[in-house]
Design a protein around this ligand. Structure first.
Ligand code: G
Ligand code: G
Ligand code: MN
Ligand code: NA
Length: 253
């Protein structure tokens, strides 16, 4: 089975779906928005994005995939925001490869225009790979994205190389602490210290802080005591189809 060919067919036949994983304010339990996560159903379940995103990146299919996810996510979020009477945030993962060309700007603008969502509702989750790859023009494109009113979140913070200099040099609004540290923080004083230090730094830089991978009530309570702005994880909600997200949006956590 050839992933590239399979993915080409999936893109043509509209087989790809967008799932949503909500995130909440830890104290009030208020729903703030969701992260969009692409899903590719197969006979037994789903092909893992960890397997097909790298293929899409190397074949160039990431542009079509990325544009599709952006459009779907913005349209769904606009609809649910109308239904709730509250402007929900939508966080979309964007591959570093998508910053190798100007197309990301046009694709983002089209998703915003078609959906009628406010640019300020849209957050792009970006990993430090966008800087490490030395992609020419990536920094300028990030500035353009921010000029549109769209916000940037540093995803997987703390994983791999330190992203401190990137945070200082580029216009990020959010810092998303990697789930590895959240999962370790109750047992490991080191992980707890790293989360605490990340929160202090985010506050000093006036960044919002998101904790991902929250799997237990103990973790959530600890994050609340640390004044983390947003929490996301299986303990709160798993990634889900849009109809389920609509139902969950009416339930308080
Ligand atoms: O649930 P999960 O298996 O969805 O995600 C696995 C990985 O795939 C994560 O690193 C996530 O950021 C990435 N991913 C999920 N959806 C998208 C997407 O729409 N675009 C990109 N570029 N990456 C995605
Ligand atoms: O790289 P990124 O942070 O975008 O990836 C998000 C990934 O984390 C997705 O694969 C998503 O399904 C997964 N995820 C979300 N919440 C949890 C959680 O509470 N625990 C674990 N182990 N994974 C999670
Ligand atoms: Mn992410
Ligand atoms: Na992450």
């Amino acid at each position: 089975f050839d992933l590239e060919q399979g993915l080409r067919k999936a893109l043509i036949d509209s087989e790809l779906q967008v799932y949503y994983q909500p995130f909440y304010a830890p104290g009030s339990g208020e729903l703030v928005g969701a992260e969009a996560l692409v899903r590719w159903p197969d006979k037994t379940g789903f092909v893992s994005p960890a397997d097909f995103i790298p293929v899409a990146e190397s074949t160039g299919q990431i542009r079509a995939l990325g544009a599709l996810v952006l459009k779907r996510a913005c349209c769904d979020t606009r609809l649910l925001s109308e239904q709730l009477g509250k402007k929900l945030v939508i966080a979309v993962n964007v591959s570093p490869v998508q910053f190798a060309s100007n197309d990301i700007i046009a694709d983002l603008q089209e998703a915003i225009n078609i959906s009628g969502i406010d640019a300020t509702q849209v957050v792009l989750e970006i990993t430090e790979g966008v800087f490490i790859g030395q992609i020419a023009g990536a920094a300028r494109l990030l500035e353009e994205v921010v000029a549109m009113g769209v916000r940037l979140s540093m995803d997987d913070f703390g994983q791999g190389y330190s992203s401190l200099s990137y945070l200082r040099m580029h216009p990020f609004s959010f810092l998303k602490i990697d789930k590895l540290f959240i999962q370790g923080m109750v047992q490991s004083p080191q992980d707890y210290a790293l989360v605490q230090a990340s929160v202090a730094m985010a506050q000093a830089l006036q960044l919002g802080i998101v904790a991902e991978g929250v799997e237990t009530r103990e973790q959530l309570e600890m994050l609340e005591s640390l004044s983390v702005d947003y929490a996301q994880g299986f303990y709160l909600a798993r990634p889900m189809a849009f109809d389920e997200y609509q139902k969950v949006a009416n339930i308080k956590h």
